[in-house]
Design a protein around this ligand. Structure first.
Ligand SMILES: Nc1ncnc2c1ncn2[C@@H]1O[C@H](COP(=O)(O)OP(=O)(O)OP(=O)(O)O)[C@@H](O)[C@H]1O
Ligand SMILES: [Mg+2]
Length: 252
């Protein structure tokens, strides 16, 4: 049996808060005792770096995509017993360069098939509509789209919507868009007020929003979730409310 909830955190634009959201959603679920796997699908390996040195990782998603390891073979324990990581490494990028075959979009979906250990899978995607993002969307039950309230964040939304729609239509009819999560929000700016309604023309928007705060960057440096680094800071409360809202929406 595959995990019940497979959630792709995706946006082809860079720096929108995918990794921050993936890490804190994964920890937010695990700290509730919900068994969770965080899959790092990005050759930049940013979420991997929170847990281990990506260059020292013995086996990574590169091996899964190269066919030399199963997903089970590469799992790494984290400091939360309910959370494991499928690490990435810069060499993952070589897979993309080495050309594609007809099985290419299905590698992640196939590798999740017999993973009985987890209820949730959270997938951190790269900032492109690459084969890795396609794999994530093909494998997933739900998509979360982190987006800043900025003009350039809006520009890629119709492209993302088209990609999700065609994957739904052709390959994964069960895929549903959980919603867009506004990140790095600067409250009460004109930009925020004008852009939020535009985002909601493309995707439903979570009521929970994540404001900008220095604790987020600091938590990455400290290699911790925001809940462990600064449990009472504003962004910890906001990510907690996002996790709750998502669980309500998923009826999970
Ligand atoms: N709420 C926040 N407040 C302050 N800084 C934030 C917040 N969210 C993210 N950041 C910072 O913004 C930068 C981009 O965030 P993040 O790495 O999560 O985005 P990303 O979408 O994964 O980027 P990429 O496209 O490169 O993978 C990081 O330096 C991160 O620390
Ligand atoms: Mg990232």
């Amino acid at each position: 049996m595959k995990p019940a909830y497979i959630i792709a955190i995706t946006n082809q634009k860079g720096g929108e808060g995918k990794t921050t959201t993936a890490i804190n959603l994964a920890f937010g679920l695990a700290r509730r005792g919900r068994t969770t796997l965080l899959v790092d699908m990005d050759p930049q390996a940013n979420s991997t770096g929170i847990f281990i040195d990506p260059d020292a990782a013995e086996k990574t998603m590169h091996d899964v995509f190269a066919g030399s390891a199963s997903l089970q073979d590469i799992l790494v324990e984290t400091y939360n017993p309910s959370l494991k990581l499928a690490p990435s490494r810069i060499t993952l990028a070589e897979i993309e360069a080495s050309g594609t075959n007809v099985d290419a979009p299905y590698i992640l979906r196939d590798s999740l098939q017999n993973l009985n250990e987890f209820e949730f899978v959270v997938i951190d995607c790269p900032p492109s509509l690459s084969i890795f993002t396609i794999n994530a969307l093909v494998a997933s039950t739900h998509v979360v789209i982190p987006a800043q309230a900025e003009k350039f964040s809006i520009d890629g939304m119709s492209g993302l919507q088209n990609t999700i729609d065609s994957i739904k239509r052709r390959i994964n009819p069960d895929l549903s868009i959980a919603g867009a999560l506004v990140t790095q929000m600067k409250p009460k700016t004109v930009l925020t007020k004008t852009i939020l309604p535009v985002v909601s023309q493309f995707f439903s928007v979570f009521e929970s929003v994540i404001t900008t705060g220095v604790a987020i960057g600091e938590s990455h440096l400290a290699k911790k979730s925001i809940f462990d680094y600064a449990p009472s800071c504003k962004q910890a409360t906001e990510y907690e409310s996002f996790v709750e809202e998502l669980l309500r929406e998923l009826k999970a």
